[in-house]
Design a protein around this ligand. Structure first.
Ligand SMILES: [Ca+2]
Length: 81
């Protein structure tokens, strides 16, 4: 599999295309991401490690916003029951 980088950059679509044609590359990429926050070296993410990953990728404000949306959904579900 070859990727032709004409402009010197890889965008999301090109990276996604690589992963469609090369699932092993996708798995290696995701493994590196998980390993970067897998503190107990379990190969899986517990909730604390997942939060660290979210903070790394979304920042504290992004995590806060994600949980606020979740809380609003839960409140709506609870009110509607
Ligand atoms: Ca872990």
């Amino acid at each position: 599999m070859f990727i032709y980088i004409l402009d010197g950059f890889i965008d999301v679509r090109e990276l996604a295309r690589l992963f469609v044609y090369d699932p092993d590359a996708c798995e290696k990429f995701i493994t590196k991401i998980i390993d970067s926050v897998d503190i107990d070296n379990s190969g899986t993410l517990n909730f604390s490690e997942f939060l660290m990953l979210m903070v790394k990728t979304e920042g504290l404000d992004g995590v806060r916003a994600a949980f606020q949306v979740k809380i609003k959904i839960l409140v709506k579900i609870e009110i509607s029951v």
